[in-house]
Design a protein around this ligand. Structure first.
Ligand code: FNR
Length: 366
């Protein structure tokens, strides 16, 4: 029998429940990683290589872990990252995540390949709720320009251009299941071949020719902050800064693209010392995603210099198993963990999180 929601005590519990109750195709699409899924597994285990050096005898009676990301004040330093095809897991789709994000005052990143239409998701936001947009760039730039300018007009506060997916990774679990669900925002330029799994069926419009040369064009068509999602090496972070973008997400797409890409948290540990050396650490906002499952993971990323982290699958699993109450609980669990662990590490606010609080000698650094 399915456990009641109150029996989920951490984000991994939702995954276990979802696996038992989700439709096979949906489970295959959400849970899969590329090739041998080594990167997908490493994403979470990389956090296990970082240990804390907590401070003692600091007054932590009051703990404040609010912060800002791209100028938006949030309750806790995570955002709901973009994940395609929300309706595979829940008939209402991405708006379930929108409502939970509102309740917990966090930002949702809207995927290009959402099941709900972009406007439906924007409309589901309430009051001054902030949303960002994830962009897959179409070979037909006129289509992309329309999408971007529409997003800006609707009030999106950040444009996250996905740069790690010139071709979709081979997610074999997903490829084995025949994808029949329609109802995603398939764009012109797609040849929908359903025999290759969900991901491939909906993504053939993506332009593999996208390059650094296109960045000024994006900057000319929008005033939204531009963030490159899927950066994996310090050289590219430097180039991003030189290109004048406002942020990067150190990410390997949840292990769904290049297998043997390093985890975002490990890349962060490589990036920050180089930026600090140049005095560039405040020139860009750095986010990390992939394998974030515990507040301790969030705290480690912030100690190393991230502004915030993205979380993907856990909210999909919570939404698939329990609907909005599931996502609410998952977010609340993270808040509860955050409060306790901030206290235990000896920090009463996020500005106090710094590299001396972590021991990264276990990471594969040279
Ligand atoms: C994704 N991700 C993703 N990223 C993106 O830029 N555009 C997209 O359409 C999708 N779609 C998508 C679907 C599913 C089912 C997953 C699991 C992931 C990647 C996502 O934004 C993020 O990088 C990872 O999900 C983070 O890893 P975790 O939190 O899922 O481990």
């Amino acid at each position: 029998r399915m456990p009641i929601l109150e029996q989920c005590y951490n984000l991994m519990d939702f995954e276990a429940v979802a696996r038992g109750v989700m439709k096979k195709t949906a489970w295959a699409y959400y849970s899969s990683g590329a090739d041998d899924e080594i990167t997908m597994r490493e994403n979470h285990t990389a956090f296990h290589k970082i240990w804390f050096r907590p401070r003692i005898l600091v007054d932590v009676e009051k703990v404040d872990f609010t912060t800002t990301m791209l100028g938006t004040k949030v309750d806790i330093p995570f955002y709901v990252t973009a994940t395609a095809l929300g309706k595979l897991g829940n008939p209402e789709g991405e708006v379930v995540l929108t409502r939970a994000a509102k309740k917990h005052n966090v930002v949702q990143m809207i995927p290009t390949l959402a099941s709900c239409s972009f406007d439906e998701i924007m409309d589901a936001a309430e009051g001054d709720q902030v949303q960002w947009m994830q962009l897959y760039v179409n070979k037909d730039r006129e289509i992309t320009k329309k999408i971007v300018q529409h997003a800006e007009k609707r009030g999106c506060k950040g444009l996250f251009i996905t740069v790690d997916a010139p071709q979709l990774g081979r997610r074999e679990k997903d490829m084995r299941s025949k994808f029949t669900d329609t109802g995603s925002n398939v764009q012109a330029g797609s040849t929908t071949d359903n025999s290759q799994g969900a991901a491939r069926a909906i993504s053939t419009f993506i332009d593999p020719g996208l390059s650094w040369k296109d960045i000024p064009w994006f900057q000319s068509i929008t005033k939204m902050p531009i963030i490159l999602k899927g950066v994996q090496r310090v050289e590219d972070v430097i180039r991003a800064i030189e290109s004048g973008v406002q942020g990067v997400v150190l990410s390997n797409h949840g292990g769904r693209q290049l297998d043997f890409a390093r985890s975002g948290i490990e890349v962060l540990a490589e990036v920050m010392p180089v930026l600090r050396e140049r005095g560039w650490e405040n020139r860009i906002e750095i986010f990390v995603d992939g394998g974030v499952r515990r507040a301790t993971d969030i705290i480690k990323a912030l100690c190393l210099g991230a502004k915030g982290v993205g979380i993907g699958r856990p909210f999909l699993y919570a939404m698939s198993a329990y609907g909005q109450p599931g996502v609410d609980r998952a977010m609340q669990l993270l808040k509860d963990e955050m409060e306790m662990n901030m206290r235990l590490i000896g920090c009463s606010n996020v500005d106090q999180l710094n590299p001396t609080l972590v021991d990264t000698r276990g990471l594969n650094m040279h």
